[in-house]
Design a protein around this ligand. Structure first.
Ligand SMILES: Cc1ncc(COP(=O)(O)O)c(C=O)c1O
Length: 466
């Protein structure tokens, strides 16, 4: 039953191509948001008892219909959301190719082409961030969460050489690390996963522009050191999730260097600025980071999940993850290669890099620069339109995420506006809690297909909701 006949396979490929092509054009005409009705979905799934095999094309159509009716259509040009882009065609093709060939990226010798493509990308993308291609190392990950988790493990390994073998219990002092209070919540989760616990994450005060205060960072490190804690890592954010804020990266690099701490920059989304010549200077100082998180499934618009951890220290991943296992293939012994599982949290691993490689190969640096430039311009159009319509603009960033408020409106009223817009299915926006204090509306241009007419429609939807 698993091995289908050639004609059946061809019918499935044809149907899949038809579904995907239809989706890429028709999605613009559908509501952005689904009906949220668990009973209906469960009723749709109830006949799937796995006792009576279903025709393969019908099975495919069932899944496609389920996805069509029950998902927020993040590839929709009026999805102004959480850094979830429309996937590139080459990215979709790459994921299908990978599923078909199913390369195993644990051992280099099992998938030499895949392993070399990923290292080629590590060097190419690392260079965009100012790393020297001869020193850069890195690994593809499921997403920003895993890349940030990797950063904490690398920083612990760097600061405490016994950490890898003896663990946290062998340390004399409790390790602590530092992010701004606007940093991504993945650091809290990663602190738990590393066995540090969430209290080890010190949330440093921000200024009026929501950027981490370097002097507050310095004071917190001094205070912790005097109180017998062991600081080991400073994290700057280049493009916060809430408001697209870029921390003062060079000043944070200075503080980290003065205290001899690992410096990581979470550029999961904002790192896209490195692909546009006139935006690159926004990331000045990132080249001094010991490591960087960058998510290709955000501004490079490849299908999820494609995170990337980059570092300018080419032994740290080895020291963090190397575990010897006698059963692993030795076919490449003696060659100048690295087995990917020795540099990664994952063991068996999907060929994540292909969707980035094919998308970049087909679009080129300039294709990406143009797409990101376009979205940045749509952000400006959105800002200007909202200001003209009487909304208060709350965040200051050159990146296309706009936080805004109705003068005098409460948090609850802002939430009601969002609910009304989302329920209408016309567009998707959210609220953001800025600085832990103020709830505002948030709209982010995250799709290379979003046009001025979409932005104008969004402003109309927002005005109607208020
Ligand atoms: C700044 C930042 N870092 C990390 C993450 C986590 O990335 P992922 O969802 O790919 O795990 C996000 C997600 O939006 C983010 O905005």
């Amino acid at each position: 039953m698993l091995r289908l006949k050639e004609d059946d396979r061809k019918a499935i490929w044809d149907e899949l191509g038809r579904i995907l092509e239809n989706y890429s054009t028709a999605v613009e005409t559908w509501p952005v948001t689904p009906e949220l009705n668990p009973e209906k979905i469960r009723a749709m799934l109830a006949p799937c008892d796995f006792l009576h095999p279903v025709d393969a094309v019908e099975a495919l159509q069932l899944a496609a219909n389920g996805l069509k009716d029950y998902q927020v259509h993040t590839p929709h040009p009026r999805y102004f959301g959480l850094f979830n882009p429309a996937p590139t065609t080459m990215g979709i093709v790459a994921d299908a190719l990978v599923a078909g060939f199913n390369p195993q990226l644990a051992a280099w010798s099992h998938s030499p082409f895949a392993a070399e493509v990923e290292q080629h990308l590590v060097r190419a993308i690392g260079s965009r961030f100012g790393y020297s291609p001869s020193a850069v190392d890195g690994v593809f990950a499921s997403g920003g969460m895993e890349a940030n988790h990797t950063a904490i493990l690398a920083a612990l390994t760097n600061r405490f050489p016994d950490f890898a073998t003896k663990g946290l219990r062998s340390l004399d002092a409790q390790p602590v690390f530092y992010c701004s209070s606007e940093s991504h919540h993945s650091f809290l989760k990663a602190a738990r996963l590393c066995g540090l616990g969430m209290d080890c994450l010190r949330h440093i005060e921000i200024d009026a522009q929501l950027r981490m205060r370097p002097e507050a960072l310095h004071k917190a490190i001094v205070h912790d050191t005097e109180n017998n804690f062991a600081p080991f890592l400073v994290v700057g954010t280049a493009g916060t999730t809430n408001a697209g804020i870029i921390d003062p990266l060079p000043a944070l690099a200075d503080v980290a260097a003065n205290h001899n701490l690992w410096y990581h920059v979470d550029a999961a989304w904002g790192g896209g600025a490195a692909f546009v010549p006139e935006l690159q200077s926004l990331l000045n100082g990132i080249e001094r980071a010991d490591s960087i998180t960058f998510d290709a499934h955000k501004w490079l618009s490849v299908p999820m999940g494609a995170g990337l951890f980059l570092t300018r220290h080419n032994t740290i991943l080895d020291r963090t993850f190397r575990v010897a296992a006698a059963y692993m293939p030795k076919d490449a012994a003696g060659l100048d290669i690295v087995d990917p599982h020795l540099h990664s949290m994952q063991w068996s691993r999907r060929f994540i890099g292909l969707k980035v490689f094919l998308s970049l190969l087909a679009a080129g640096w300039e294709g990406y620069a143009e797409a990101i430039r376009h979205q940045t311009r749509m952000g400006v159009v959105l800002r200007e339109g909202l200001a003209r319509a009487g909304w208060e603009l709350v965040n200051e960033t050159p990146l296309p995420v706009v936080c805004f408020a109705k003068p005098g409106a409460t948090a609850e009223e802002h939430q009601q506006m969002v609910s009304k817009i989302v329920r209408s299915g016309k567009s998707w926006i959210s609220t953001a809690l800025l600085g832990g204090k103020r709830t505002v509306l948030r709209a982010c241009v995250t799709n290379y297909r979003t046009q001025e007419s979409d932005v104008a429609a969004l402003i109309g939807d927002i005005s109607e909701s208020s």
